[in-house]
Design a protein around this ligand. Structure first.
Ligand code: NI
Ligand code: MN
Length: 212
């Protein structure tokens, strides 16, 4: 499965785009207008996650997936949207999308993480969104996570120390660090995360695509 990192917490996973903060992201060289996708998932409404989501979803006629309140806002702008809430699961395109908790804040609704299963490929990705460490990550482990995308930038989310513990609870095949070095206040060394992590870590350069 092709996974492309767009900087910060933004990834294009096959035809699913998540947290596309592109315009104004100093670590993103791609342009929002060039993105092609069928599903756009957003973990919460902070601008560094919602980013260009509405514009991209609208142009691609993609399905926008987020917490109920944020999905309603998208729908009011004429975007095809699927609202959901924590604990729920929906199927969109070839994806089983489960919304899980995140310890964070949000302007609308509640912040969330996603467990994304590509049905055809049988691969499962956990995108933690913005969150602190929580022990129920051990329940998310039961989803058999292939790839866990975890914030490591500290201050607004887990730092490296907690992200290492998160990876130990989740036991994914691969952990991918995110939400770091975009701004001076979230500086972190992903190599340090890699060194301390008990699971395999893949570090993406912004704009890099890997087959995972
Ligand atoms: Ni946030
Ligand atoms: Mn954030």
């Amino acid at each position: 499965m092709k996974v492309k990192y767009l900087g910060h917490s933004a990834f294009l996973i096959g035809d699913l785009l998540i947290d596309p903060f592109m315009t104004g992201n100093p670590n993103c060289r791609e342009k929002a207008k060039d993105i092609k996708c069928r599903v756009v998932c957003v973990t919460h409404d902070h601008p560094d996650h919602l980013g260009d989501a509405f514009e991209i979803a609208k142009r691609n006629k993609a399905v926008f997936v987020a917490i109920h309140e944020l999905a309603e806002l998208a729908a009011s702008k004429g975007i095809k949207s699927e609202g959901m809430n924590i604990g729920g699961c929906i199927t969109v395109g070839g994806w089983k999308i489960k919304m899980v908790e995140a310890l964070h804040s949000a302007g609308m609704g509640h912040p969330a993480g996603f467990v994304l299963e590509n049905v055809k490929l049988g691969k499962t990705i956990y995108h933690a969104g913005d969150t602190g460490l929580f022990s129920d990550m051990k329940l998310i482990r039961r989803e058999r996570i292939d790839i866990a995308m975890l914030p490591i930038g500290d201050r607004y989310t887990m730092g490296i120390k907690e992200a290492v513990k998160a990876a130990a609870l989740l036991k994914p095949k691969v952990a991918v660090p995110m939400h770091y070095n975009t701004f001076p206040v979230i500086q972190a060394n992903p190599e340090d995360f890699k060194k301390k992590c008990a699971v395999k870590v893949k570090i993406f350069k912004s704009g890099e695509e890997q087959d995972l």
